[in-house]
Design a protein around this ligand. Structure first.
Ligand code: PLP
Length: 387
């Protein structure tokens, strides 16, 4: 069975061009980029070419502002821990209630065991940040604000440029987790107040286990991992050259993506579902949302059950965040948005890629209505309620 993959916010397929670029560095070009002999030179050149490609993708001023990491989680952790270490007099952090676990779990650790105060800013029913609560949390005690560029579950985009400006007024650093934004919406850092930004290659058709932290020139920094002098002493350990080369090639390819086409297909899916199935809510900001993401809550149906029946029909989606799958509780994002109980349990995330076709969308539109109807027929509520 030909599978339809609509779970691209969880991870994406490696682009063939990316694999091709990586292969030499898994075979003949195996040298260490720090070596001075001939076999070190190719990897060293590839390392700086990849750095330039990432610089272009995020619109960074200089290439040395990019430091490679093992992915989004490490980039987030590095940014947060660095900001706290760089200014020990400031012991507060501001984040939102809908950040990824990469940020929230670290915040919890810092709060419980390391004496840091964490302000968790709530969101409204559409996943938009409560700006008044944000302003109230800012003070000269705040070392860092960390707010995601786009949410992995709903695709809601935060106005990070304005939020960064407000943080700077109180002298706080501003980090953004752009893991879901990079490659899907333009990420132009030049001229903004953003100080640090995280990306991860596997979210835009690069390999897993590699990402980058952009660190604005002049921003105080403390390394998370100490050891050798790689990455100008900011991230020790022999570089993952095949991965970094893959990240660089994926960054180049991401620059020419037709986001408009992806948005049209996403809207065809969303409008098609709303027209065919009653009692469905669109979760997320109706205006400012990633062009590939549609998070829908089906009243009186269990998200996990929809996911499994779609899987049986060869369609891969996610119920809430991938890491929340398997748990019966609605995800922390859906709970933070205060989605009513009857719908919160029926949330499904469809996330498209640049490879998604109209024929695939139409197959989902055919398969989904009978699945939802079948599950609602089993619901203890009367059929009247979902007409
Ligand atoms: N931040 C966000 C918003 C994500 O969606 C993810 C991945 O799901 C991460 C961070 C973690 O990235 P990685 O899997 O590269 O560690």
């Amino acid at each position: 069975m030909e599978r339809i993959y609509l779970d691209n916010n969880a991870t994406t397929r490696l682009a063939p061009e990316v694999l091709e670029a990586m292969l030499p560095f898994l075979t003949d070009e195996f040298g260490n980029p720090s070596s001075l002999h001939a076999l070190g030179r190719g990897p060293a050149r590839a390392l700086s070419a990849a750095r330039r490609a990432v610089q272009e993708l995020v619109g960074a001023e200089v290439e040395s502002e990019i430091l490679f990491t093992s992915g989004g989680t490490e980039a987030d952790t590095t940014a947060i821990r660095s900001a706290l270490a760089a200014d020990p007099a400031r012991r507060e952090i501001v984040a939102s209630t809908v950040e990824h676990a990469a940020v929230l779990a670290l915040c919890e650790q810092l709060e419980r065991h390391e004496g840091v105060t964490v302000h968790r800013i709530p969101v409204d029913g559409d996943g938009r940040l409560d700006i008044d609560a944000y302003r109230a949390a800012l003070s000269p005690r705040v070392a860092l604000v960390t707010l995601m560029w786009a949410n992995n579950e709903t695709g809601t985009v935060f106005p990070v440029e304005g939020l960064a400006e407000l943080a700077h007024r109180e002298g706080a650093l501003f980090h953004t987790d752009a893991v879901q934004a990079a490659g899907k919406v333009p990420v132009a850092l030049r001229g903004t107040d953003i100080d640090m930004l995280s990306i991860s290659a596997h979210k835009f058709h690069g390999p897993k286990g590699v990402g980058a932290l952009w660190l604005r020139k002049g921003v105080p920094f403390q390394p998370l991992i100490r050891g050798g002098k790689q990455e100008r002493g900011r991230r020790a350990g022999t570089e993952n050259i095949p991965g970094i080369v893959g990240l660089g090639r994926a960054a180049e390819l991401a620059q020419s993506v037709d986001h408009g086409g992806m948005r049209l297909l996403r809207d065809r899916l969303e409008q098609g579902i709303l027209a065919r199935i009653p009692k469905v809510r669109v979760l997320g900001d109706p205006l400012d949302r990633l062009p590939n993401t549609s998070c829908l809550a089906f009243e009186l149906a269990e998200g996990e059950a929809i996911l499994m029946l779609l899987d049986r029909a060869g369609i891969c989606v996610s119920s809430g965040a991938a890491c929340a799958s398997g748990a019966m509780e609605p995800s922390h994002v859906i709970r933070a948005m205060k989605v009513p109980f009857t719908a919160a349990h029926g949330a499904i995330r469809f996330s498209l890629s640049r490879g998604t076709t109209a024929a695939e969308i139409d197959r989902v539109l055919e398969a989904l209505p009978p699945i939802v109807a079948q599950l609602r027929a089993l619901s203890p509520f009367t059929a009247e309620e979902v007409r």
